[in-house]
Design a protein around this ligand. Structure first.
Ligand SMILES: O=C(O)[C@@H](CO)OP(=O)(O)O
Length: 252
């Protein structure tokens, strides 16, 4: 339909137990802290207040995104909407860094290596061994992936595995005129935002997504943002929270 616009809402999960402890998380399935639950409910209240009404939800297979979406939608009075979940929306697999303290990694390997692992576009941490306590090998939710299940990922890998889901399931819902809510993770959402806004491989390093604050995109008929960068429903809180994410590993 000519002139058709689409509404896409991105929501990063609220604070997780490992965000609080400052540990690299990736595919480890940790739950939300009480603060994270509160952030999720606040995000839902912001949605309600804005008048935006998600018609369909897409989440990763990780509990922190699922729980965040559930709490936010309950608050917004829309728990009933249909849901689609995919590993393609999962957080970046953090390889051998999963379970490690960010400040300790920074201290041991230095600022440059730490930031290369955290924010470079195409350099992944070393792979995580299958017998590591934080490995997902053998986790039934990834059974269908077989040997293709990642053991580490860089942001480029995340973008490449996320795109088919964006191009397929999400665009399909948007094309049907549905308001789509995507509840996912810091790095899977960075990948999606990079794609939507055409951010360069270098510039994406500086972009951080805050927890629990809905980021709304209005897209034109070619899925190009009419509001580049999207619009946070609470821009002030989003800026402060994103700065805190950027500085993780620098304290304690
Ligand atoms: O640990 C992780 O999985 C991510 C998100 O919490 O961290 P970072 O912001 O360092 O990429």
């Amino acid at each position: 339909m000519a002139g058709m616009t689409h509404t896409l809402i991105l929501l990063r999960h609220g604070q997780s137990e490992w965000n609080e402890k400052n540990l690299f998380t990736g595919w480890v399935d940790v739950t939300l802290t009480e603060k994270g639950r509160e952030e999720a409910r606040n995000g839902g209240a912001m949605l309600k207040e804005s008048g935006l009404k998600p018609d369909v939800l897409h989440t990763s297979l990780l509990s922190r995104a699922i729980l965040t979406a559930n709490l936010a939608l309950e608050e917004a009075g829309r728990s009933w909407i249909p849901v689609d979940r995919s590993w393609r929306l999962n957080e970046r697999h953090y390889g051998a860094l999963q379970g490690k303290d960010k400040a300790q990694v920074r201290q041991e390997f230095g600022e440059e290596q730490f930031m290369t692992w955290r924010r470079s576009y195409d350099i992944a941490p070393p792979p995580l061994a299958d017998d590591n306590e934080f490995s997902q090998a053998g986790d039934e939710r990834y059974e269908a992936l077989g040997d293709d299940a990642p053991r580490t990922e860089c942001l480029k890998d995340v973008l490449e595995r996320m795109l088919p889901y964006w191009e397929g399931s999400i665009k399909e819902d948007l094309t049907q005129g549905k308001t789509v809510l995507v509840a996912a993770h810091g790095n899977s959402l960075r990948a999606l935002v990079k794609h939507l806004d055409g951010i360069s491989d270098d510039d994406i390093a500086a972009l951080n997504i805050p927890t629990g604050i809905p980021l709304v995109y209005q897209l034109d008929e070619n899925f190009k943002p009419l509001n580049p960068g999207g619009t946070y429903l609470d821009p002030e809180a989003a800026a402060a929270n994103a700065a805190a994410v950027a500085n993780q590993g620098k304290s304690h």
